[in-house]
Every structure is written in structure tokens, then in C-alpha cells.
Write a protein that binds this ligand. Structure first.
Ligand SMILES: Nc1ncnc2c1ncn2[C@@H]1O[C@H](COP(=O)(O)OP(=O)(O)OP(=O)(O)O)[C@@H](O)[C@H]1O
Length: 659
């Protein structure tokens, strides 16, 4: 077991190293002219509040711990007693090995921890517990959830129209979007599509920058970035990070930037003002990034010459690959676990550790006088609906998998149906053929609507990111998603519907055809609405498709064709399942449309027979004749409204569950 560094080393660290840096820092701040000095305030004492700071956001956290419940196996601690601050005009980097809690700390500070976690301690904004007004803070997540069919310019412009208030004209919003794109160095990729699976678009680094662009459109004063350089080479990382660091002091506003970062190059490291170094959720170091090297050296882990300091820090505290590290720390003959203990102890006994809570307390005291942020406004609800509908419409148009592929397959299937059932005639034998044809169309063609599920999941990912950042109202998303799908669903109902209706020769008359395609359209809308609900609960392609297919299969089973309504076992299959299965209303409506008021003749079995459509409906298919086919289609339309509202409710409830 290795011992702690010699007292003299810590003493030196305290007396001449970190302490000196702190003093210098304080002196520097005190000399900044402060407009409140004359007002008799005690701000001069701390000196960190300048004219510009007054506009910025001070974020402080004290004894912050996060645990995650593991059910009967107790709780797992992710963050332990962290104290720190982030100030306007500064870039705070959160570093540490993979799984040490960087994203969790960022999520806790941004107030977006998962519901299965428990947080203790205090997080204050400008010295108070408050929710920041819309547009004051932004969070760039690790995954780039972007609409892959849009160009860079379109993605940023749509976002500007959604996020910026209606008081700004369309051209002003466009100008802001273009300026932001240039700020992030994306001018050359402006007209390139973002691209996703299968379609090569912009690079990973450019995607990261598009995500950042979208979040800084409102010029937030507090910016959280979760691994903004993940997947980038060192040159691209430097480029992105230097642009981010520049944002800290732009447009006369000092921004507070907090970023988690994996492995910065020495050039990137120099951009950080403060560093929070974590290991297994514990603070190994918090303070100026420039003093971290000295801290490691004085703790007994000097950075070898020509080695990148951040590489050295991470290598020293990464215990995931114990063996390699031991070899790497050759000569020190201590395990990584022990090295971490030494560093944590060294930090706890340093003067800096004592200073951090004092600085937090001072920030809280001095900022407490500030008024809450003035509320910035969004685009109006109507503008949100309009812009989201347009964006979604363009996306559906460009994404071949959304509707076009389905349309092609439906047309092929409809031609197949038309050929198999070609000209079925009006004889007695045609009754069964008509029923089979209708059942196939109302079941299989609507069942295939679950094929659009992967596109729904992509939409949901984008929606989730935008919703968490408060870009627009959930209601606007639900309305726009419904409206933008209507023209495509009409297309996939009318064209294949016409082929499958006229080639076999179903009931003559435009009014009957109109009812038939309206019913088909309503069924597809119902299935899509159900799949949106599945996508909001199970955001995974495979599981979602399986769940969706399972639901459709069950409803199909009890729809009243494979087993006649009166033969369905009670209570579960008949009540409630048969009553809530949309197939019941689709079958009955389409049957009534086809048979009601018709007569079929037969000369078989020794003479002419006549059977009326009503007899077929009532006696053969046990249709409910107490109401007309319009009642059935009304129920289908009601189901669309019900499922869309249910989707809205689920999303709203998810919002409430999040802390
Ligand atoms: N909601 C959660 N439920 C269960 N475990 C969680 C949850 N959030 C975080 N964890 C666990 O906490 C640990 C830290 O996770 P976190 O994502 O904060 O690490 P990280 O430092 O950001 O990692 P990386 O750099 O690899 O992204 C991990 O072991 C993770 O599995």
C-alpha cells in the first residue's frame, strides 16, 4: 500500500501552488471595475460581478450526490458530494474516465436526470433555486438527433423559426441562422443534406456542429455540452472546441459553458478555464485547468515530459484496465486504485478544496440580489404548428422509407389483388370473394402501416431532444405530425385502393368507392396513431415492430372474421377486445358499404334463390345492423382522435415524471 505524498509536497501545493493561483485569480477579479461599488454593496470584496457578469449565469452546486436505485439490490452511487461552480465567460470542462459520471453531473446540473435516479445536495442558479427562463440555457446531447433528410441550412432555419419569437421577422430569423452556421464554420456544408443510415451526408464533426448551432440560436447564457468532440479527430476537436470557447465571450454577453469531454488534446486543454476531474463519481480535482498539472506533480504524479497533461490525468485515474496502467506507472509500484486514493486525499487536504465552498457561498451571497431572468418568448403556437408541419412534410417527402416505398408495395399488392380477384361478377359465388377481398385490404394493407415505425422512432428521437430543450409545445408536434401525414396517407389509400376496387369490380358507384377509400384511409391513420404511442413507449425499432405487430395481430384475430362475433368467448375476447379493435368497425363499415341494399341471385341447388345484402350481413357475418356504415366510420375517426390525444397525454406525463 503506497503512502500519501510527503507532507512537504502537500504543503508546497497549498502554500505556493494552488493557493497562489487562487489569490492571483481573486486579485485579478477585484481589480475589475464594478458599477455597483458606489452603491455601497459588498461586491468589491469578491469582485467577480462585473457589468457583463450581471447579465450572465452563475451556476453553483454543493454536496451534490446522485444515486440510482437498483431495486432490491439497494442503490448505486454515481456522484458523491461534489461541490463546484461555473461562471460567466468561462468554460468548465468535466473530465474523467468513461463511466465516471460526467454525463450524470451534466444532467444533474441541467435538471434532466432520469427518473430512476435520486439527487441530494443543492444546485443554485445565481444563488437561488430557480428554473431558468426559456432560451436562457441549452443542452447539446451526446447523440446528434437530427433530421437526416434536411440540408444543414434547412435544419438550422427551421429551428430558428421555431425557437425565435414572432417579433422577429422571417428574414431576421434566416439571417440569425446563417450567421450561426458561419460561426460554427459550416458555410461550405450549408446546402449538403445531413444524411443518416444509408445516405452519406455531412461528416460526424459537422453533425456535432449542426447540433451546437441549433442550440445556440437563442443565444443562451448557459450552455451544456455532452462530449462535443466525441468521434472527432484532434484537428476537428480543436476547431469545434475553440468555436465553443469563443462563444463564451460573444455579442457582449458572457456565457457560462459547461462541457464534458473525453480526451482533449493539449491545445484543446488550454481552452479550459476550470477543470472538474472525476473518478468513480468523486472529485479528484476542481479548479483552474492551468493548475491541474501542478496539482498532479505535487501529489506525486508528475506529467512525463512531452506527454499531453490530460492524457496523463486520465491514464493515472483510469482503473478500467488495471494491468496496463500498473505497467504504465512503472516505478511507482502502486495500483490505480491507490493512485486515485492519493489524489482524492491530496485534493481534500488542499487549500483549494477549502476554497471551493467559500467561493460558492460568495457567489450565492452576491448574486442573490438579482432578479429572475426575463422570460423570452417562443414562436407562437400557430407558427410552431405551421413550421413543424412543413418540416415534417418535407421529411416525409424525401424519406423514401416513410411513404414512397409503402406506396410502391401497396400498388404491387393491389395489382396482385386485382388480378387474383379479377372481375368477380355479381353472382352468388362472388359473395365470398367480395368478403375475402375486403378482409385482405382492411387487414393486411393497414397492418403494413407498421412498416413506417423506424421513421416514427427517428421522429421521436428528434422530438425528444427538442422537447427537452423546450423548442416548442408538445401539442404543436402532435398536430403537425398528424397533418403532415394526411396527404401521403390519402395517396396510399386512393391509388392502391382504386386498383384493388375497380379491377375486381366491387360495388359500382362513386359514393361506394369514396366510402371504401375513406375507410381505408381512416384505418391507416388509426394504425399510425397506435404506432406513435408504441414509439413513445418503446423507442427501439425491433421491440417496437414486435409490439406493434402483436397489437395488430390481436385486434385482427377478434375483428369478427376469423371467429364470428357471437362465437367470440366472453369476457376478454368479446368484451372489451372485440369492441376496441378497429377491425370490427372497418369490416362492418366496408361490408355494409358493399352489401346493404343489394340482391344476389343463384340457380344452384334446384332453382333460383335470392339473397339480400341485409341477410348476408345479419345472418352470415353477424354485423350490427342497429346503425349505418356512417356510424362505423365515425368510430374510426373517433379512434384517430383518441389515440392522438393518448399520445399527447403519454408525452405530457413523461414530462411530469422527469425531475
Ligand atoms: N439512469 C441511470 N440508471 C442506471 N445507471 C445509470 C444511470 N445513469 C448513469 N448510470 C450509471 O452511472 C455511471 C456513470 O454514467 P455516465 O453516463 O454519467 O458516465 P460518463 O462518465 O458520462 O461515461 P462516458 O464517458 O462513457 O459517456 C455508469 O456506470 C452508468 O451506467
Amino acid at each position: 500500500m503506497a503512502s500519501l505524498p510527503p507532507h512537504s509536497a502537500l504543503q508546497t501545493l497549498t502554500d505556493h501552488g494552488i493557493n497562489t493561483t487562487l489569490e492571483m485569480e481573486t486579485i485579478k477579479k477585484i481589480t475589475v471595475p464594478n458599477k455597483r461599488e458606489g452603491a455601497g454593496s459588498n461586491m468589491k470584496e469578491f469582485g467577480t460581478v462585473t457589468e457583463q457578469d450581471d447579465d450572465g449565469v452563475f451556476l453553483t452546486w454543493k454536496d451534490l450526490s446522485v444515486t440510482v436505485s437498483k431495486g432490491k439490490r439497494g442503490a448505486k452511487s454515481i456522484l458523491k458530494d461534489l461541490t463546484g461552480y461555473a461562471r460567466p465567460g468561462e468554460l468548465l470542462a468535466i473530465m474523467g474516465p468513461s463511466g465516471c459520471g460526467k454525463s450524470t453531473l451534466l444532467d444533474a446540473l441541467a435538471g434532466r436526470l432520469d427518473s430512476n435516479t435520486r439527487q441530494t445536495g443543492e444546485i443554485l442558479i445565481n444563488g437561488r433555486k430557480q428554473v431558468l427562463a426559456y432560451g436562457t440555457s441549452a443542452y447539446v446531447t451526446q447523440d446528434d438527433a437530427l433530421m437526416t433528410t434536411l440540408t444543414v441550412r434547412e435544419a438550422v432555419c427551421y429551428s430558428a423559426q421555431l425557437q425565435l419569437p414572432d417579433s422577429m421577422s422571417k428574414s431576421e430569423k434566416k439571417e440569425r441562422a446563417d450567421m450561426t452556421i458561419r460561426e460554427m464554420g459550416l458555410q461550405d456544408a450549408m446546402n449538403t443534406r445531413i444524411g443518416g443510415w444509408g445516405v452519406k451526408g455531412i461528416s460526424g464533426g459537422q453533425k456535432r456542429r449542426v447540433s451546437i448551432c441549433i442550440e445556440i440560436l437563442t443565444r443562451p447564457k448557459l450552455l451544456f455540452l455532452d462530449e462535443p468532440t466525441s468521434g472527432l479527430d484532434s484537428a476537428a476537436s480543436f476547431y469545434v472546441m475553440s468555436r465553443i470557447a469563443r462563444l463564451g465571450q460573444r455579442d457582449g454577453i458572457e456565457r457560462t459553458i459547461v462541457a464534458s469531454i473525453h480526451q482533449p488534446s493539449s491545445e484543446v486543454f488550454q481552452l479550459f478555464h476550470n477543470l472538474c476531474l472525476l473518478s468513480s463519481g468523486r472529485a479528484v480535482y476542481f479548479g483552474p485547468a492551468s493548475a491541474a498539472n501542478q496539482f498532479f506533480a505535487l501529489s506525486g504524479f508528475p506529467c512525463p515530459t512531452l506527454q499531453n497533461p490530460s492524457d496523463h490525468f486520465l491514464k493515472t485515474i483510469n482503473k478500467d484496465f488495471e494491468k496496463d496502467i500498473e505497467e504504465g506507472l512503472a516505478g511507482s509500484a502502486i495500483s490505480t486504485e491507490e493512485a486515485i486514493e492519493i489524489l482524492v486525499e491530496s485534493y481534500i487536504s488542499s487549500d483549494r478544496f477549502q476554497q471551493v465552498p467559500k467561493q460558492v457561498a460568495e457567489i450565492c451571497k452576491l448574486q442573490d440580489h438579482r432578479e429572475s431572468d426575463t422570460k423570452r418568448s417562443h414562436a407562437s403556437f400557430l407558427t410552431q404548428c405551421h413550421v413543424l408541419t412543413r418540416r415534417s412534410f418535407v421529411n416525409m417527402y424525401r424519406d423514401l422509407g416513410y411513404y414512397w416505398l409503402r406506396l410502391a408495395i401497396y400498388i404491387a399488392l393491389a395489382i396482385g389483388l386485382g388480378t387474383v380477384f379479377f372481375n368477380i361478377g355479381h353472382g352468388y359465388d362472388s359473395i365470398q370473394a367480395r368478403v375475402s377481398l375486403i378482409i385482405f385490404i382492411a387487414s393486411f394493407l393497414t397492418f403494413m402501416a407498421i412498416g413506417g415505425f423506424p421513421s416514427f422512432v427517428e421522429d421521436m428521437k428528434i422530438f425528444e431532444r427538442e422537447r427537452l430543450n423546450g423548442h416548442y409545445d408538445t401539442g404543436a408536434f402532435v398536430i403537425s405530425n398528424t397533418l403532415s401525414a394526411v396527404p401521403y396517407l390519402l395517396l396510399v389509400s386512393v391509388i392502391p385502393g382504386a386498383i384493388a376496387y375497380y379491377l375486381p369490380g366491387l360495388r359500382n358507384g362513386p359514393e361506394y368507392f369514396l366510402y371504401f377509400v375513406s375507410s381505408l384511409f381512416a384505418c391507416m391513420m388509426v394504425v399510425e396513431s397506435q404506432m406513435m404511442i408504441v414509439a413513445s413507449i418503446v423507442p427501439n425499432y425491433l421491440m417496437g415492430i414486435i409490439a406493434g405487430a402483436g397489437i395488430q395481430g390481436l385486434m385482427l384475430l377478434v375483428g369478427g372474421f376469423f371467429r364470428l362475433p357471437n362465437d367470440l368467448p366472453k369476457p376478454f375476447w368479446k368484451y372489451p377486445l372485440y369492441e376496441v379493435a378497429f377491425h370490427k368497425y372497418a369490416y362492418q363499415g366496408m361490408f355494409k358499404n358493399e352489401f346493404e341494399g343489394t340482391i344476389f341471385h343463384s340457380n344452384k341447388d334446384g332453382g333460383p334463390h335470392i339473397i339480400t345484402g341485409e341477410e348476408i350481413l345479419r345472418d352470415t357475418w353477424q354485423a350490427d345492423m342497429s346503425y349505418s356504415k356512417w356510424g362505423d366510420i365515425t368510430v374510426l375517426l373517433g379512434m384517430i382522435a383518441f389515440y392522438r390525444l393518448l399520445f399527447l397525454l403519454i408525452v405530457k406525463l413523461t414530462e411530469k415524471v422527469r425531475p
